[in-house]
Design a protein around this ligand. Structure first.
Ligand code: ATP
Length: 239
């Protein structure tokens, strides 16, 4: 395949009459970590959900791996191996850690099941220790690990992460970001993440986009954006 793995082109998305995305262009190349930063309510989660098909883009297009997925239903998009760890993690609280991981596996990949679970336990040893514990009894950081682990069970070509650092202590965030970096470096996983933690996200990412009121207002390498005075003033200083 030539060209980006994911291309979001002039996408507009609405909730009823409310326009949440006003014509967004974003690209993610294979092997990259790319972040989208922006304030509360900027439209970051909406973009992530629109990539997954709900809400669908009203105008514009979403191209994944050379295929136009704009009008596909969410379950068909998932089968193309786009996996998401959604905002708020959304693990199944009454199921065990192991059962949560089972829920992430797709029927197409059952022959890899044991191998994939082992990989996730190597990445997050805490999940191995707690595999028989119910999801709802885990700490916030462990739930985030589980949410990422469950998404990885789908063997994604593209992993979407919505605010993996939300509500977690700095040391735990560091561990989660290190795990994301490891997945990218060692397994070549492509990652698109949404974050309010601009500093951590830009440090982790090859490239970043800044979103304000449903529009991308800036983009650049992680380093460039970290050094950019406007980004610093709006998202980094005093934060
Ligand atoms: P946050 O970090 O708070 O999740 P965000 O950047 O992800 O913010 P979105 O959640 O995408 O922003 O919200 C973008 C806009 O769409 C906001 O104005 C929000 O109020 C609105 N919005 C989000 N979800 C809905 C919904 N289900 N119905 C109506 N409006 C919504």
């Amino acid at each position: 395949m030539s060209g980006p793995l994911l291309q979001v082109k002039s996408v507009e998305a609405y909730y009823g009459n409310i326009r949440a995305l006003g014509g967004v262009d974003v690209e993610v190349n294979s092997g990259e970590i790319v972040c989208l930063i922006g304030a509360n309510g900027a439209g970051k989660s909406t973009l992530m959900m629109t990539i997954c098909g709900s809400p669908q883009a009203r105008t514009g297009s979403v191209i994944f791996d050379g295929q136009d997925i704009t009008r596909l239903p969410t379950h068909e998009i998932a089968r193309l191996r786009i996996a998401q760890s959604p905002e708020g993690r959304r693990i199944f609280p009454r199921m065990t850690v192991f059962e949560n991981l089972q829920m992430g596996a797709s029927l197409d990949n059952l022959k890899y099941f044991d191998e994939d679970v082992e990989k996730i336990f190597t990445l997050f040893p805490r999940l191995k220790e707690r595999q028989m514990q119910r999801g709802g009894t885990l700490s916030g950081g462990e739930q985030q690990m589980l949410s990422i682990g469950r998404a990885l069970m789908a063997r994604p070509k593209l992993l979407l992460l919505d605010e993996p650092s939300l509500g977690l202590a700095p040391l735990i965030v560091k561990g989660i970001f290190e795990a994301i970096k490891k997945l990218n470096k060692e397994q070549g996983l492509t990652v698109f993440l949404v974050e309010q933690n601009a500093f951590g996200a830009l440090k982790l990412s090859d490239r970043g986009y800044v979103m304000v009121n449903g529009l991308v207002t800036m983009s650049g390498s992680g380093k460039e954006l970290l050094a950019n005075p406007e980004v610093r003033a709006a998202y980094l200083e005093g934060g």
